[in-house]
Design a protein around this ligand. Structure first.
Ligand SMILES: Cc1cc2nc3c(=O)[nH]c(=O)nc-3n(C[C@H](O)[C@H](O)[C@H](O)COP(=O)(O)OP(=O)(O)OC[C@H]3O[C@@H](n4cnc5c(N)ncnc54)[C@H](O)[C@@H]3O)c2cc1C
Length: 373
């Protein structure tokens, strides 16, 4: 039997591609090396703008509704703002990903769990090698996350990424998320609610010992006082700051989600872009085209590439001058973020509007420091 598409990975990217293709009548097989529901290291924070992209019933997956944020400086001082609406949702990734995959299965997709994708060869049709035998397909979709085997066979390498660690903890921060800067060279620490518990993590592109740092962060946090419940676990978060970082595949082998680096370089938000990218990929396959990869790239560039680019520009400034970025939080920055998360504002507008304000804050901080010396 020949499949219309074989999708590697049952995360948000793969499950959404499989769901959308199956809805259109395609014969789709999902290969997933783990058994579902599988653990995925992740804060599980969905920005509210994802709502209209998710299949019916997704609300039942929501553990916490986020209505505000706290920007912290090294877990010592804080700026707190409430939003007049829900700006984000927390889900459990194991359950959320299984929910998305089940939606695909209901539309007729098939799932081979505990089956590893091993490689492919390109002829008239694609031959795909798996731990359960060989398959034939018209399209191969690599939605296989950071260490993408599909992407590596295409010759891609991951060049820029956050390293991150996270652990579960006991504690209560209500309906807000905490983001602390000033702790790592380029990145941040966070405390998110997760049901009745907390998810505490830290991510950086630098070379710090994150295992040690997260211990100190938790011990000294003056606001939350989390009680550790497990050992820190680590994973990578790739991201995209320029055109070449979008590794979308070629011919009939396409990549999506983390495999394609569809993550914002400021917050490391990947689920929204994985789902969005999956929808664009399926749209590209619907077009009568010789070069699906080119059409797919065009759609991604038109849709959200600019957002990633401007999130990167903000990240460059905010992580280079973290004190000024924190102080700027007192102004309208948190409110602007709430707007971005809700989908009513863009990183581009935030950058253009915020740049002069940021430069003033930077100058003020420099003058204060100089006067102190
Ligand atoms: C610590 C941490 C916190 C994060 N917090 C957030 C957050 O709060 N909000 C947010 O939006 N993003 C967050 N992210 C990023 C987010 O987790 C990813 O962007 C998202 O999971 C990408 O989805 P995906 O479907 O592309 O890949 P994944 O979710 O990684 O799924 C890939 C799937 O492919 C499978 N697979 C891999 N290789 C093979 C193979 N050879 N054969 C078969 N199957 C294979 C894997 O088992 C996995 O199930 C966080 C990431 C980390 C590490």
């Amino acid at each position: 039997m020949k499949w219309d598409a074989v999708v590697v990975g049952a995360g948000p990217a793969g499950a959404t591609v499989a769901h959308e293709l199956s809805k259109r009548g395609a014969k789709v097989l999902i290969l997933e090396k783990k058994k579902l529901p599988r653990f995925k290291l992740c804060g599980g924070c969905l920005s509210a703008r994802i709502a209209h992209l998710l299949p019916e019933g997704w609300e039942k997956q929501v553990l916490n509704k986020i209505r505000g944020g706290i920007l912290g400086w090294r877990g010592e001082t804080f700026i707190e703002r409430s939003a007049d609406r829900e700006v984000a949702y927390i889900v459990d990734r194991a359950n959320f990903d299984r929910f998305l995959t089940e939606k695909a299965l209901k539309e007729g997709a098939q799932l081979w769990e505990e089956t590893e994708f091993m490689g492919f060869s390109e002829g008239k049709t694609l031959e795909i090698f798996t731990s359960r035998g060989n398959l034939k397909a018209d399209f191969l979709i690599g939605a296989d996350g950071f260490y993408t085997k599909v992407g590596r066979q295409l010759g891609y390498k991951k060049k820029i990424f956050f390293r991150s660690v996270e652990l579960p903890a006991e504690g209560d921060i209500g309906d807000k998320v905490v983001i602390d800067i000033g702790l790592v060279s380029r990145g941040y620490a966070w405390v998110f609610p997760k049901g009745n518990l907390l998810n505490v993590g830290i991510a950086s592109t630098g070379r710090e010992n994150l295992g040690e740092l997260i211990g100190g962060y938790i011990r000294n946090h003056s606001l939350v006082k989390p009680k550790v419940m497990g050992k820190p676990r680590g994973w990578m978060i790739p991201f995209c700051t320029k055109y070449e970082d979008l590794q979308l595949g070629r011919g009939r082998v396409l990549l999506v989600g983390d495999a394609a680096n569809m993550v914002d370089p400021l917050l490391g938000e990947g689920i929204y872009y994985a789902v969005k990218g999956a929808k664009l990929l399926v749209k590209a396959l619907e077009r009568p085209a010789d070069d699906f990869a080119r059409v797919y790239r065009k759609l991604v560039v038109e849709d959200f590439y600019e957002e990633l680019l401007f999130a990167g520009k903000i990240a460059d400034l905010a992580y280079r001058f973290q004190r000024a970025a924190f102080l700027m939080g007192k102004e309208h920055v948190l409110e602007r973020f709430f707007h971005i998360l809700s989908g009513g504002y863009s990183y581009k507008r935030a950058y253009i509007t915020g740049l002069p304000e940021f430069l003033i804050e930077l100058l003020r901080d420099l003058v204060t420091k100089t006067l102190k010396v």
